[in-house]
Design a protein. Sequence first.
Lengths: 462, 67
Amino acid sequence: MSGAASASAIAAAVRSGKRSAKDVVRETLDKIRLEDGVINAFTAVRQEGALADAAAVDEAYAAGRDPGPLAGAPFAVKNLYDIAGLATIAGSRIDRDRPPASRDAALVRRLRAAGAILVGALNMDEYAFGFSTENTHYGPTRNPHDRTRIAGGSSGGSAAAVAASLIPLSLGSDTNGSIRVPAALTGIFGLRPTYGRLSRAGMRLFAASIDVGGPLARSVADLAIAYDTLQGPDPEDPACAQRPPEPISHLLGRGLDGVRIAVAEGYFASQGAAEVFAAVERFAAALGTSRRIELPAPAVARGAAMIVTSVEGAELHLDDLKARAADFDPKTRARFLAGALAPGAWYSHAQRLRRWYCQAMSEVFKTTDVILAPTTPYAAFPIGQIWTEIGGAKLPVAGHLGVFTQPLSFAGLPTISAPAAPSGSLPLGIQIVAAPWREDLIFRVAAAAESLGAAQSHAPAP
Amino acid sequence: MAEPFEPAQYVPQAAGSVGLTIAPEDLADVISAFSVLARVAAQVMAATLPEDIVAAAVFAPDSGETQ
């Protein structure tokens, strides 16, 4: 029992004294050592620290103290999360020069306080500016389902480590799809919470007005227990809402009664491979859903998200772009430089458009509770591929991965990417989307889909 | 009527305005990336908005208000 077991099962075993946390962590570290050389999900492994934390969990249990709801469950985080004692590299060469973090990021602290064991840091696109985790400095993260293909990004290491059963749980971050895209391409669940729901204190941000952190896991139950653990206000993140935790784990069995579900059509039913839209249809049919809905101006919303992202990201890194542009990953350098040159009117208009778009989406949620849409326009592509063709148009194959995720995150909507039941050799994901702060609804739908077999995380072929 | 926009002319000029020096070997890629942004921006800027739609200082997805 280690990476292949769920976080919930590990915690139950440790909390009942059937397994020691130290044994679980030893097995996990062995598995990472033996199997991650090919996958390349990890950029740092916390060997001694993880074993010490596991020993503390075992001591708590032995002393009759509650070791926490995630006792002994190994997890790892995208390497833009602060980990005390390590430099927070955010996929870059430049940030290797920064001093080690003095303490863990807020979300890391919350998982560790619940007894989960931090085992390492995970690969990503440089500064989260990408969808493929083909990182020039640290190498590409490979998809456990086909190691010649990408794992998605930018939280590619976070997804691949969970999909390969190296660990049961990870944290990623999502600006335009960076949790949802890799979760979809590796066949696991990923949560993008409502903007402002979870603290980002101690995370190296990319585009602060869009960024969120969130968990990835192989089951809805694990995703839920992590989400419940991560909630709560934090004055150290100015965007974190002053809302008390709203736990959802106890709602997972509540079913779909009263939940109005519709499939996004138009924009969300074009610009992709036929198998993607067929997967959405099968998923909707399993849930008994035939309603269709047209969302307002998704193409314009996506464009505005691209402008906001480019400008905020470039401004954040402007000093390094001036002083040492050559040290940026060639895959991000030109896009960061271009973002630094955008006229102010573009940015201001994009942010105003965002307010209009949120209001338009609010109208949608007056008659619909949950929207279903594909997560990506196609399955994982081979590492190194640059272009693709959709409907006769030549498109950048990595950039186009965000076509269905970007419009939804621009409105700050909570979304779970759920793995569609296997129909081909490569995984695909379905976005389950609700109004702001209604994570309860997307968890209920994801749990129902999982119990019906419509959503299913499946192990890669050996 | 506005002059046709030429990213190849704009990029090197604008770089100086924010103190950036773009290496010659990067220039073509930056112009290409900026051209993509400019195409996207044209679509975004074409969307007219009421004057009372304001950007939020801190983005809150459900309030529609500046915080």
